[in-house]
Design a protein around this ligand. Structure first.
Ligand code: ADP
Ligand code: MG
Length: 292
C-alpha cells in the first residue's frame, strides 16, 4: 500500500505543477546526486533569433537568407523556425525544396533549384566534404560570442554563415545555484558547438559542460555518471532527449516540451519552471523523512 506521506507528497507536488508519475519517483528523487540538462529549450528559451548573416561566393545577405529559409522551412527544429520567421519578417518568398532530409544532430540536406543544399553545423560540412576554410575567422568570432552558427552550402560550396542566439530562461541561473546548494553535481549536454556551449554554460554557472554530442549519444553521458555510482536525473524537452530521460534514474520533462519527452519522463514540470526541479527534490526529501 502507498504510504499516506507519498500520497500527500504527490498531491502537494501536483498543486505546485510538479507531476510525479509514480510514488517511487517521489522517494528516489530524495537520493539524487547528479543532474543533467539539455541546453536548447531547457536551459535556454529555445526560441533563438537570427543575429548575423554572412554571405560568401558573391551572394548577398538576402539571397543567403532566402535560400536558407527554403531549406529550413520543412523542419520543426527551433533553429529552422527562427530562420523562417526572419525571412517572413523581411517579406522574402519561401520556395519549395525537394529530396528533403533531416540529419539529426547535423542539419538538413535537400535540393534547391536543382542544386544540392546543405544547412547545418560544421560536422555536416565535414561529412559532405565542404571546404570551410574561408569561413574560419567569422565562425570563430560568432562562436566566441556564444552564437550557434549554421553553415550553408550550395553544390558543395559555402555560400553563407547564419548565426543565431538564444537567451537563458529567467530562472535558469537561480535553479542551478539552488541545486548546487543541495549538493548536486550539475551538467549540461548539448549537440551544439563546444565554444558556444562553454559561453552558455559559464553564464549559467553549471559544473560540467558536455558539447558536440549526437542525439543518440546523450544516453552514454548518463551511463557514464551512473557507472560512477551516482543517482542521475536528466532534464529535457525534445524528441532527442527521450532516450536520455529514459536512461536516467529520474527523467524530468519540461511541460512545454514534446509529447515524447513528457511520456518518457518520470516527472513533468507543468509550469516549465526549472526552479521546480529543486522544489521536487526538497519535497521528496521531506516525504522520505515522514515515511521513516
Ligand atoms: P541540442 O542538443 O542543443 O538540443 P540538437 O541535438 O537538436 O541540439 O542539434 C544539434 C546541432 O545540430 C545544432 O546545434 C545544430 O548545429 C545542428 N542542427 C540540427 N538540426 C538543424 C537544422 N534544422 N538546421 C540547422 N542546424 C541544425
Ligand atoms: Mg532541446
Amino acid at each position: 500500500a502507498t504510504p499516506t506521506a507519498i500520497m500527500v507528497g504527490s498531491g502537494v507536488g501536483l498543486n505546485r505543477g510538479i507531476l510525479f508519475k509514480s510514488a517511487a519517483v517521489l522517494e528516489s528523487i530524495a537520493h539524487l546526486q547528479a543532474i543533467g540538462f539539455d541546453k536548447t529549450g531547457t536551459l535556454t528559451k529555445g526560441a533563438p533569433e537570427v543575429t548575423d548573416i554572412i554571405p560568401y561566393a558573391s551572394l548577398n545577405r538576402k539571397e543567403v537568407l532566402t535560400i536558407t529559409a527554403a531549406g529550413e522551412n520543412p523542419s520543426i527544429h527551433p533553429l529552422a523556425q527562427a530562420v523562417v520567421s526572419q525571412a517572413k519578417k523581411e517579406n522574402l518568398q519561401i520556395q519549395g525544396v525537394s529530396n528533403y532530409r533531416e540529419e539529426s544532430g547535423y542539419g538538413v540536406v535537400c535540393t534547391y533549384e536543382g542544386k544540392s543544399l546543405l544547412i547545418g553545423n560544421i560536422k555536416l560540412m565535414q561529412k559532405y566534404d565542404v571546404d570551410v576554410q574561408e569561413t574560419e575567422q567569422d565562425f570563430q568570432s560568432l562562436a566566441e560570442a556564444g552564437k550557434t552558427t549554421s553553415f550553408i552550402a550550395l553544390d558543395g560550396r559555402v555560400i553563407g554563415l547564419l548565426a543565431l542566439a538564444d537567451v537563458l530562461k529567467e530562472s535558469t541561473k537561480e535553479a542551478i545555484a539552488r541545486l548546487q546548494k543541495l549538493g548536486l553535481k550539475t551538467f549540461m549536454i548539448t549537440g551544439d558547438n563546444k565554444k558556444v556551449a562553454n559561453v552558455v554554460g559559464q553564464e549559467v554557472g553549471i559544473d560540467e559542460i558536455i558539447a558536440e554530442i549526437l542525439p543518440q549519444d546523450k544516453i552514454n553521458i548518463i551511463k557514464k555518471y551512473q557507472a560512477q555510482g551516482l543517482k542521475v536525473a536528466m532534464v529535457g524537452d525534445g524528441i532527442n532527449d527521450a532516450p536520455a530521460l529514459a536512461q536516467a534514474d529520474i527523467g524530468i520533462a519540461i511541460g512545454s516540451g514534446t509529447d515524447v519527452a513528457k511520456e518518457t519522463g518520470d516527472i513533468v514540470l507543468v509550469r516549465n519552471d526549472l526552479l521546480d526541479v529543486e522544489r521536487a527534490i526538497r519535497l521528496g526529501r521531506k516525504t522520505l523523512r515522514k515515511i521513516k
